[in-house]
Design a protein around this ligand. Structure first.
Ligand code: FAD
Length: 339
């Protein structure tokens, strides 16, 4: 009888242990969204319910993104970056660690891409109407471009740790090509710091993913067809634990006399890009890197971008306009992600 009782007790203890483990392991899904950087953000988080404190996470995420805006937005006149742009001194200026990190990565990618990514194109971005002052919707005069371009060039800024020095007082830095990716990374790092390791973080199309969905399957992402009039799927991918950024000229542009002028500026011509590459998607470990590389490859045009991606072993997917519609080019490194 005693033996029997102890067996029942053991079974009950085992059952209690199993119930408490499965309760602990019960995964919940939390979705959050909001606005930042002139666009939207979406988060999908999967974790044990006690980790998913909705209001706490949302307010932390908003605070993180506000901080990035306060530091790196050219749309806020009092951001750290705007104050640097307004400062006409050539003396060294101290930067926050975050802004120095993003400018440092942008300079590195600028050098790697031989100036295709150039964060000093700000005056041209603004002149062509794609900056914070809005869009003139017309081609600027030759004289104006000639005047403004003299202040453009990565050789006009020097970063030394967290100190930046402008060689030309009128240098104006625009971090729109890369700071959105940094924002995604900041949010992802925060989620990991609170123990949430299954997530999809997306800001304006740039994203970082980790872990799995609630049913244990891989995150699936759709790369959009590069058309301005519709939202259709170009390619479904499973990037795994990685970041994905897409750069294209099919949403942010104006047309004059049947010619399309997009927000991506070629720093060698000082004009919006003019080639058949319409969308570039890059998978990289960090979203900041993916974001900056996607813009740089978009500047290069299809052949140069594809050669660059192959040479540097990048996971890249290009959509190129053709007579019959669109052609696609992708590197060996991108292939395993395609579904
Ligand atoms: P991407 O290809 O990632 O970047 C293109 C942008 O980079 C261009 O728009 C231009 O600004 C710049 N650029 C162009 N050519 C080059 C080049 N050769 N090298 C380097 N840079 C280049 N938009 C708003 O409307 N309102 C806001 O309040 C606002 N706030 C923002 C705050 C922050 C911190 C950031 C980073 C961006 C903000 N934006 C805002 C900008 C908006 O989100 C942009 O449209 C976006 O950053 C461009 O991203 P994309 O993915 O469309 O293109």
């Amino acid at each position: 009888m005693n033996k029997m009782l102890s067996k029942i007790w053991l079974a009950l203890i085992a059952l209690a242990f199993f119930v408490s483990c499965s309760q602990q392991n019960a995964q919940q899904t939390l979705t959050l969204q909001g606005r930042t950087m002139g666009t939207t953000y979406h988060l999908t988080l999967i974790a044990q319910s006690e980790l998913l404190e909705q209001s706490k996470i949302q307010s932390e995420v908003d605070a993180i993104l506000e901080d990035v805006n306060d530091k790196m937005s050219t749309y806020r006149p009092n951001s750290e970056l705007s104050l640097l742009n307004q400062n006409l001194s050539t003396d060294p200026v101290g930067l926050s660690a975050d802004t120095a990190k993003v400018i440092g990565q942008a300079i590195e990618l600028g050098e790697l891409t031989q100036g295709a990514l150039d964060i000093t194109v700000g005056p041209l971005v603004n002149l062509w109407g794609f900056g914070p002052d809005g869009r003139p919707n017309k081609v600027p005069s030759f004289e104006k471009i000639e005047q403004v371009k003299t202040h453009v060039g990565l050789d006009k800024i020097q970063l030394d740790g967290s100190l930046i020095r402008k060689a030309d007082p009128k240098v104006y830095i625009d971090l729109s090509s890369i700071a959105k990716g940094f924002g995604v990374d900041q949010v992802a790092d925060y989620l990991e710091s609170i123990g949430i390791n299954n997530y999809l973080v997306e800001i304006g199309g740039e994203m970082r993913l980790n872990g799995q969905k609630a049913d244990g399957s891989q995150w699936r992402i759709a790369i959009e067809k590069p058309v301005s009039f519709d939202r259709a799927v170009q390619q479904v991918i499973e990037p795994g634990d990685a970041a994905l950024a897409t750069s294209g000229d099919y949403r942010n542009y104006f047309e004059q006399d049947g010619v399309r002028f997009s927000h991506t500026i070629d720093p060698t011509t000082f004009k919006p890009i003019n080639h058949k590459l319409v969308s570039v998607s890059v998978i990289a470990p960090s979203c900041m890197e993916a974001d900056g590389l996607a813009t740089a490859l978009n500047v290069m045009g299809p052949e140069k971008a594809f050669d660059f991606a192959k040479k540097h072993d990048l996971a890249v997917y290009l959509v190129v306009k053709s007579d019959s519609g669109f052609d696609v080019l992708f590197t060996e490194q991108f292939k395993p992600y395609m579904k």
